[in-house]
Design a binder for this molecule. Structure first.
Ligand code: NDP
Length: 368
């Protein structure tokens, strides 16, 4: 059995030629080591409600650690700094954060701002030679997504997207069953994702900050889910929008969109994305030899579900804890999750979002 002493000895030996974590000219930071592997030291950019959920979840991570804060609100830097024990030298605002380039404490920046700000932040973080983690949707459209991929590639850093469900045990179990052929020939997927958005003044209903409406925010779960549950990429899209409250859901901000995806093997997906209905968080997959039903399918959990073989019983762990440990393993161990969470994965969803909006606008079937 390997002991802690063995481990420390190994560190000492490997420390003679201590590895650079990644290929960067300014980063000569040695890896922070933990018995389970190198630690991913993360700064969160955008200290809002989801950022707080991620920060709390990271307290239980084995491979990821919250070490920095980037915010436009000075009081949050003080409050979060005290709460999460972040030294002042690792706190930045939106004017100063390019300086993380010279901060060896920080390996990666997790961008958790309104959607329209993801791309610019990603480009700046990449330029500072730090790994980029972006919340979904990765950008506002495929063009932005591609620019983010290009910038991270040029800087030699990873680009990852906060697809927490790719690490979620019941979701992973259904994907594995599908990979093993447990459902037989797949025929149909249904994805229903939506909620009642509430406050009309929030950024999610501001086209400039959100880039759209429910589809950008919650419909993307049905898009991503249709892809990871079926394991195929859609080749066409049709879509229809309904708007019952045009005052609240202004031009360019979709309230409800129903869309259909066609896949190469003949599978069809029928999906609903909405900001104005309740109790919609459900995936259903039907094959010739079995089914999977998940409800809730995308919330913070516990995810619940059953298949033709019975109830899904995998234990619940906080999604963001699993995700951040998983991201450390991607970056340092080259260990990929069952479905990728990289920039290419984010781009695939953005291309489909672009196609859905085009289908709504034209009323036509859009080929992908
Ligand atoms: P919040 O409004 O709660 O927080 C966003 C934060 O971004 C703000 O608190 C603010 O932090 C910063 N910010 C910078 N510029 C602006 C601006 N012009 N207007 C508003 N905020 C600004 O949003 P959420 O945390 O709910 O969402 C943030 C991102 O996370 C979105 O992209 C969303 O899609 C994604 N998300 C993902 C989830 C998931 O499960 N994967 C769940 C929820 C959200 P500061 O004051 O520090 O500058």
């Amino acid at each position: 059995m390997s002991t802690r002493r063995d481990f420390l000895e190994k560190i000492t030996i490997s420390a003679i030629g201590l590895p650079l974590i990644y290929n960067s000219t300014n980063l000569f930071a040695a890896a922070t080591l933990h018995e389970e592997g190198e630690i991913l030291n993360v700064a969160i950019l955008g200290l809002g409600s989801y950022g707080e959920r991620v920060a709390d979840a990271m307290q239980d991570c084995k491979r990821a650690k919250l070490v920095g804060l980037i915010s436009g609100t000075p009081s949050k830097l003080t409050e979060w700094g005290a709460k999460y024990n972040i030294p002042e030298k690792n706190r930045y605002n939106y004017e100063t954060y390019d300086q993380i380039k010279d901060n060896p404490d920080i390996d990666a920046v997790y961008i958790i701002t309104p959607n329209a700000l993801h791309k610019e932040a990603a480009l700046r973080v990449a330029k500072a030679s730090k790994h980029v983690i972006s919340e979904k949707p990765m950008g506002l459209n495929a063009e932005e997504g591609q620019a983010m991929i290009d910038a991270c590639k040029a800087a030699g850093v990873h680009l990852l997207v906060g697809y927490r469900l790719h690490f979620e045990p019941k979701t992973v179990a259904v994907i594995k069953m599908r990979q093993e052929g447990a459902f037989g020939k797949l025929n149909f997927f249904q994805g229903q994702t939506g909620f009642d958005i509430g406050d009309p003044t929030q950024w999610r209903l501001d086209k400039d900050l959100a880039g759209g409406g429910s589809l950008m925010d919650i419909g993307i779960y049905s898009i991503n889910g249709a892809r990871y549950i079926t394991g195929e990429e859609p080749i066409w899209v049709t879509a229809q929008e309904t708007k019952t409250e045009p005052e609240k859901f202004k031009e360019g901000v979709d309230e409800t969109i129903q869309f259909q995806l066609g896949f190469p093997s003949g599978i069809v997906a029928s999906c609903l994305s909405t900001y104005n209905m309740r109790y919609l968080d459900r995936f259903y997959l039907a094959g010739d030899e079995g089914f999977a039903e998940m409800q809730p399918s995308t919330g913070y959990g516990p995810i619940e579900g059953r298949t033709h073989k019975g109830k899904l019983t995998q234990p619940h762990t906080t999604h963001q804890t699993l995700q951040m440990d998983g991201m450390a393993r991607i970056i340092y161990d080259n260990e990929q999750p069952i479905v990728p969470v990289d920039g290419e994965e984010g781009l695939k969803d953005l291309k489909i979002i672009d196609a859905i909006y085009k289908a709504v606008e034209t009323g036509e079937k859009v080929e992908l």
